[in-house]
Write a protein that binds this ligand. Sequence first.
Ligand code: SAH
Length: 199
Amino acid sequence: MTEFWDAAYTAEAPPPWDIGRPQPAFIRLAEAGLLTGAVLDVGCGTGEHALLAAAHGAEATGIDAAPAAIERARAKAAQRDLPARFEVADVLDLGVLDLEFDTIIDSGVFHVFSDEDRPRYVASLAAVLRPGGTCYLMCFSDREPGEWGPRRVSQDELRAAFSDGWRVDSIVADSFDVNPIEGKTRVEAWLATIRRLPR
Ligand code: SAH
């Protein structure tokens, strides 16, 4: 699986999601002061959202399975003189890191996992997000027509995945900007704000 993702980042053209800037939805969250404290960008790719949080004063960490993506993210942090930290690790097993965060950013990661991996992913997030902390998750939406791209996710699936030990505060229609693919530069997304409840 790591090889699959790493290949996406070593190909000649960047993958559709790697647009070289943060998603507008996360820029709005940062500008609203919501990406604060110790922030984890899970499946950070080349790091735009961790770097966005760092630029807004957060103590930002990005984690991804693809070494090529982490290398790129570290280079951007150095170029932009931003104090974000990037590590290669498995987001399905974040508990082993023994870290705790106030805020989690998931931009396009939840939707990559199979039904079997979803509970594992959600438990992994719970292992590193402090009680009362917030996860901002943006995924491909079932409102997006056609076949291209990752699996579509419904609001009900999001609510089901985060039903135990979490409170889904909101799910709103938003969109991902993508590098032009099949004539598209934007695809339908859900942006969810999900709070981890105290045990
Ligand atoms: N958040 C980034 C990348 C989204 S694409 C952005 O918005 O641009 C999904 C990312 O999840 C890829 O970078 C991929 O390498 C990473 N990923 C997939 N499975 C993973 C796993 N088990 N552990 C860590 N990262 C993973």
